[in-house]
Ligand binder design. Structure first.
Ligand code: ADP
Ligand code: G6P
Length: 457
């Protein structure tokens, strides 16, 4: 059996709790198959030389970890600058937030080259290499330049925007050509695959050989949607743990006379947080029976704080939460509980379970695993209701959620009210269907389908 080599910028850090969807899912997928996990150590060396970094080797169960430090300059240009200041906003349709500073691309190329060099030294001829996310699009091209002939697949965890948005990135042609160094490219949703196909059709002279097959730059590439899932059994087991039970009981006792609405994410402008608070304000305004009762717990974990757009979002969110509390709060009731921290993963299922309604309302999201975790954590006899943005990748699969357009504040408020009022029978029926869906297409299904497709190329 060939060894699986997974490459991603972020690895799961057991000391931290909110690592984002990619690290959570990959940690679970790798536990199942074993292999090598290669990526950034999370460490920044202040006076390090650009393009250089020490490699650290560690073993974690069946997984070998190989991580590389980044110099300050590389971190700021490759990670903060190009990955999170250009690719992240553009791929989430936010051209207004992109900083096309010409200096960033140099760091992005340099780190991809450095990763390729360090990784190549660890590779075996029959390894299967699976590269993840927007930080590492050109990695296969760099490995191929060095003569690596292994099977290579790429999975994009974030959306791929339509061609005319993508074309705003000055290096879009180079990025898209780099994808053809892989044997298989996977996206989260059919919408992303359609955007890829349209891009190739309009911006390149590639041949579209079939729905999933493209030929350009002397290479044939398979492209397909592989919607990522969660480990439902693991998450359900977590929910039976003492920490989750304690959390649930604590919330139930503290909010016994209230109805809880819950939002959990990284503090990111793609998550639609200001729009959500505005819709919650309308819920209180338009449906006064919720006054003194409906409480929104909003957990927004710190993320990428040295990127300007993130700092600005934090200020906006704090001001919106403050004004809702000021306008509607009572001595014994605060409508919004805003917490700028992460929740320990072991307690998370208890929090989800205590909520009557989950608000997963991103403006754009590759998938969104919180939506799936919320469903996995519910009591099937008395489940909470999922309000889900139609712009999350998860909306293609989770048709039994209450789907909303998060830009439409009035309708979102209306849907929050509908969720709070939903009869038990309808809640059970929707939850049953959603649970079945996330069970059928879980993280193991995702990994197996991707690897089967890669091995079949
Ligand atoms: P993203 O990958 O954009 O961060 P996802 O919803 O796909 O969004 O994945 C987020 C993952 O990180 C989930 O597993 C979720 O439980 C975890 N997470 C996100 N925010 C928090 C938080 N505030 N506290 C604890 N865990 C969090
Ligand atoms: C999203 C991205 C991941 C990233 C995660 C957390 O899930 O798709 O690649 O790891 O957010 O962001 P961070 O910048 O902390 O790695």
């Amino acid at each position: 059996m060939s060894r699986l080599v997974v490459v991603s910028n972020r690895l799961a850090d057991p000391r931290k709790t909110a690592s984002g969807g990619l690290a959570v899912a990959l940690g679970q997928a790798l536990q199942a198959s074993g292999g090598l996990w290669f990526g950034w150590s999370g460490k920044v060396v202040e006076d390090g030389t650009p393009g250089e970094g020490d490699v650290h080797l560690q073993t974690a169960g069946p997984v070998q970890l190989a991580t590389v430090d980044l110099s300050r300059e590389d971190h700021d240009s490759y990670y903060l600058g190009y990955s999170n200041g250009v690719l992240w906003p553009v791929f989430h349709y936010r051209l207004d937030l992109a900083d096309f500073d010409a200096g960033f691309i140099g760091g992005y190329r340099r780190v991809n080259q450095m990763f390729a060099h360090k990784l190549a030294a660890l590779l075996r001829p029959d390894d299967v290499i699976w590269v993840h996310d927007y930080h590492l699009i050109p990695l296969a091209a760099e490995l191929r330049n060095m003569g690596c002939q292994q099977r290579m697949g790429f999975f994009l965890h974030i959306p791929l925007p339509p061609p005319l948005i993508l074309a705003a990135v000055p290096e879009h042609e180079w990025l898209m050509r780099s994808l053809f160094a892989y044997d298989l490219v996977g996206f989260q949703s059919e919408a992303d695959v359609a955007h890829f196909s349209r891009y190739v059709g309009t911006e390149t002279s590639a041949d579209i050989l079939g729905e999933h097959e493209f030929r350009a730059f002397g290479k044939t590439l398979q492209v397909q949607a592989f919607p990522i899932g969660i480990d439902v059994d693991e998450f359900t087991a977590l929910g039976r743990g003492q920490e989750a039970i304690d959390m649930y009981e604590q919330m139930r006792d503290e909010y016994s006379r209230r109805r809880l609405l819950l939002g959990v994410e990284r503090m990111d402008y793609s998550k639609g947080l200001p729009q959500r608070i505005k819709a919650f304000r309308q819920l209180l305004q338009n449906y006064p029976e919720n006054l003194g009762s409906a409480t929104l717990i909003q957990i927004a974990a710190p993320s990428r704080e040295s990127v300007d757009a993130y700092a600005a979002l934090r200020q906006e969110l704090e001001s919106l939460c403050g004004s809702v509390n000021g306008d509607f709060g009572e001595l014994d009731w605060m409508p919004v509980r805003y917490i700028h921290r992460s929740v320990a993963r072991k307690r998370l299922p208890g929090l989800y379970r205590a909520a009557s309604v989950a608000l997963v309302t991103p403006l754009r999201d590759g998938m969104n695993l919180v939506a799936k975790e919320f469903i996995a954590a519910q009591d099937p006899e008395d489940p909470g209701v999922l309000v889900l943005s139609r712009f999350a990748g998860a909306a293609e699969q989770m048709r039994d959620a209450l789907l909303v357009n998060p830009y439409d504040t009035t309708r979102t408020a209306e849907t929050m009210q509908r969720a709070l009022q939903m009869p038990l029978e309808e809640r059970q029926r929707r939850h049953r269907a959603l649970l079945q869906q996330i069970r059928e297409q879980d993280v193991h299904w995702w990994r197996q389908r991707f690897l089967n497709a890669l091995n079949a190329v």
